[in-house]
Ligand binder design. Sequence first.
Ligand code: MSP
Length: 522
Amino acid sequence: MSKEVFYITTAIDYTNAAPHIGHAYEKVLADTIARYQRLCGKEVFFLTGVDQHGQKVKQAAEQKGVEPQAFADSVTEKFLDLWKQLGVVYDGWAATTDPRHKRVVREILQSLHDKGLLYKAKHKGHYSVRQEQFLTDKERDESGNFGPEWGEVQEIEEENWYFKLSEYRDWFVNFLNTHPDFITPSFRIAEVANAVAKNSADLCISRPKARLSWGIEFPFDPEFVTYVWFDALINYISFAGYLPKEGEGFPKFEKVWPCDAHVIGKDILVPAHGIYWPAMLKAIGFEDHEIPKLLVHGWWNLRGAKISKSQGNIIDPKLLAEQYGTDALRYYLMRDIVMGQDADFSEERLILRYNTELANGLGNLLNRSLNMAQRYRQGVLQPVGDGHADIEAERAANREAVAVYRKAMDAYQLHIALDAIGNIITRANAFVETTAPWKLAKDEAQASRLDAVLSYLAESVRLAATLLSPVIPEAATRIFEQLGLSAIAICVEPVCPALEATHKTGAAQPVFPRIETPETNG
Ligand code: MSP
């Protein structure tokens, strides 16, 4: 069976604290890509979820005085609510305490053990509680200390299970050299290559239960639980139907795998997704062409500083969506960042983008197009007909913009795709000014010209709303309702279809009311 489905995942979020704007960005990004693929007629499997095991969750639960499962469940609820509120529509939910996931993790551990790829050894060293890993000298800063990013560092000696990661080093160096499309953006490949060059150690994949019980128990050594990253990474296959069992309701693995895009932040590329994960898959038995592709995004910061709970500068996406609307937030998050780079979060920028591009841009175009159609033609539009060179020129420019949009979306360059849509809207608004339908309406001899202009305007609104629909699905639906037209199948010719018959539009209702603040009011 060959792969038929576009498979996209995100990182699964830790359930030690409520979601913030960074989590929201990643899920909306993946959701936008998933919606775009569906718009292109592709079947999509979009998996997201929560990382419920590990020391962080255990510690947070202890602070609250509740059981880790109850604590993880309560935080999970917050993520579920947020995705609903933000219109993040996924096909699979990966919660790592799900018994089906635990079964697959155990089966994988057993099979790696059977293949002789795991061993038990004693290790004495520095352990970062926050990052849940042993540290080596390369993690020390210039003054020889472990920096604050590692949190509390304890010196411990313990026996653990190790995965023979070092056996995959040569294979992986060769893989990196021969698979430049493994990571988008490609400049991040060098980061992984440098890290591999510096590290030749095996990977500790267990934690003794005596120290941490909140994890998946080893099948062949019940004194140990699985290291949270080893457990979490497996979600990408366990919830996609790997090692299936009758009636579990997962997709057929062969239909979805390999994953087209693991959408992750830059902080979890090295070592987890960029090194451990491909080596784990290779050891499990996957071929080179079955190694998934990584889409690595940058971070949202606040005035240049990292967003973090401990710094007290957390930004609550729930409050923002309540205040400005889901689509305003989604649009800003997709619009004001260059894929792969960091961006600074700013509410003023959110308002500015919304007011200029959605309220004054698309909203204005929609309003005037529908209002003029009502005023001059009772909402009845006619096909454009021949002999309108300016409309033909606009259409040619739109086709070019759609080509730019599609190429950019296929390459996950959303900021470029959104520029291309902005171009369509700006041109259509300028077209209203140059054709001045209010003047045409005064001249009976220009009746068919007015028909053509009004019809073309509806055509351009429909196109812009279609292209924006993956980013602002709710607003796009409302625009289609008002136009009385559906979204365009942009991957099918013609990409910018004209009206073929008489068509009646609805009345204009504001879709993007301006956000008024003391600043916007001058
Ligand atoms: N649980 C692990 C991932 C396991 S995947 C097998 C984890 N969780 S996390 O909650 O800390 O982060 C989840 C995702 O949110 C990561 O991809 C991370 O990069 C992303 N972000 C966290 N803060 C962010 C910003 N400030 N900006 C953008 N994304 C950021 O890591």
